[in-house]
Design a protein around this ligand. Structure first.
Ligand code: MN
Length: 234
């Protein structure tokens, strides 16, 4: 065994990162966690009872983050790709078993992201009791704005979350309607995984999810945080 100091990489390591708003700094990405069904109206539209469920999580790959303003390549193997506009939390300080009361101290900042989903493959996976990776963790599956530091905007507890396609309203909600608040999500997730700086958490989507088509222009945002705009490519 060689010591880590003596190891040579076969390829140079590339650290995926996101821009920090109004800064030359980059936020180096570690893991991307996502919360499922965290707005009651969306849980209902997907056929679930929002009142009885503990939060559940899935992940995407850090190299699947697509910066704001880019073309989202329509992924292969699907004919039904859905948009899910979400507020994204960027973790700046790690921890396990984080109490709800101090959870927001672990937040570096916030962003707006899209949890792009191959809904047809997700439906098949649900039916067969299979994992969701092919539905959720494909290339470019996580378009995301620059991260806005909490030192600048605080910790938003309410504000409109919205998505338009080609200027037509599709998703509407308010982050005050999160079933599990940001602090509760951090506390819950940190009992399952030790959180580290560089982790992102997609906090769930409001009602109105639906398919995107090649050529669509998606524009969305969270009031008081940021906006995001992408075009669906071929
Ligand atoms: Mn989602």
């Amino acid at each position: 065994m060689t010591s880590p100091q003596n190891e040579q990489f076969v390829f140079s390591p590339i650290v995926p990162s996101l821009a920090v708003a109004d800064s030359t700094q980059r936020f180096a990405l570690r893991r991307v966690y996502c919360v499922g069904r965290n707005y009651a109206e969306h849980a209902r539209e997907m056929g679930h009872d929002p009142d009885r469920e503990a939060p559940f999580f899935f992940t995407k790959h850090p190299d699947s983050l697509l910066p704001d303003g880019n073309v989202f390549p329509y992924p292969p193997g699907t004919s039904e790709v859905h948009h899910e506009i979400e507020m994204v939390v960027a973790i700046g300080r790690g921890g396990a078993d984080i109490p709800v009361e101090t959870a927001l101290d672990h937040v570096f900042g916030y962003a707006v992201g899209l949890d792009m989903t191959r809904r047809d493959l997700q439906a098949e996976a649900k039916k067969a009791g299979r994992p969701w990776e092919v539905a959720k963790a494909f290339d470019a599956a996580a378009p995301c704005s620059a991260i806005v530091p909490a030192s600048r905007i605080g910790h938003p507890g309410k504000g409109r979350i919205w998505l338009d396609i080609n200027g037509e309203p599709r998703q509407q909600g308010d982050i005050a309607s999160l079933i599990w608040s940001v602090a509760e999500v951090i506390a819950y997730l940190s009992r399952l995984f030790e959180l580290q700086p560089g982790d992102l958490i997609f906090t769930g989507t409001p009602a109105g999810v639906g398919p995107v088509q090649r050529g669509d222009r998606l524009r969305g945002g969270v009031e008081g945080v940021a906006t995001i705009e992408i075009v669906v490519g071929d």
